[in-house]
Design a protein around this ligand. Structure first.
Ligand SMILES: C[S@@+](CC[C@H](N)C(=O)[O-])C[C@H]1O[C@@H](n2cnc3c(N)ncnc32)[C@H](O)[C@@H]1O
Length: 206
């Protein structure tokens, strides 16, 4: 029997969605199902950085993966015209996988130029540590989906998780550098800001 995968995310549903958001989930989300793409963002939350990527890389297909449906609904609201509910021109290159990214990676042959993971859930309690997404096993799967000169960019302001990720990278063939990036603030970065300084970023190459 296949070993059951450990769930790396919390809840899938939050507060009740607006009528428009429910409509977008039913009618627009199915039209955005990804097959292959150039840039992947994993766990996009409300999707601020997916939108930033889409605007700044108009020639690339940006795939966002997120199982939290309220986050998916927020992204859909932001990329569609309020009156017509059609996708705004600057966001026509966005595709959405509204589920566990590991399921998507099993079914795509994409070789990404960039894979972003911003503020992955730290699962700080020792008994939850196995739920952390960025294990060596998962990094190896990401590496298989990275183009030869592609990069995996990870940002976190949870220092214990940061050190743990470095230990995981050391169990893979990937190389890592610590970088100072000036990117837009995501919702989680805002939330955590009070407790820590700026996030640290890791850039991984094959
Ligand atoms: C702490 S939030 C950060 C959200 C966003 N990146 C930000 O910075 O605001 C982590 C997100 O990762 C998502 N996540 C966790 N495991 C995932 C998985 N296996 N596939 C896709 N997304 C996942 C969670 O649902 C959650 O929304």
């Amino acid at each position: 029997m296949e070993k059951q995968e450990i769930r790396t995310f919390g809840r899938r549903h939050g507060k009740k969605l607006s009528q428009r958001q429910s409509w977008l989930l039913d009618n627009v989300l199915p039209t955005l199902k990804p097959t292959t793409g150039d840039i992947l963002e994993i766990g996009f939350g409300a999707g601020e950085h997916v939108r930033f990527l889409a605007k700044n890389n108009p020639q690339s297909v940006i795939i966002g993966a997120e199982p939290f449906m309220n986050g998916v609904a927020s992204l859909l609201s932001a990329i569609t015209d309020e009156k017509t509910n059609t996708i705004l021109d600057e966001y026509k290159n966005i595709r959405i996988w509204a589920d566990d990214v590991r399921d998507f990676l099993r079914q795509t042959d994409s070789q990404f130029n960039q894979i972003w993971v911003l503020h992955p859930d730290p699962w700080p309690k020792a008994r939850h540590e196995k739920r952390r997404l960025l294990s060596a096993e998962f990094l190896n799967i990401l590496s298989q989906h990275l183009s030869a000169d592609g990069e995996i960019i990870i940002g976190t302001d949870h220092w214990e998780y940061f050190d743990w990720i470095i230990a995981q990278i050391q169990r893979t063939e990937l190389t890592a550098t610590i970088a100072d990036l000036d990117i837009i603030q995501t919702r989680y970065q805002e939330k955590n800001k009070a407790g820590t300084t700026n996030p640290k970023y890791l850039i991984l190459h094959k």
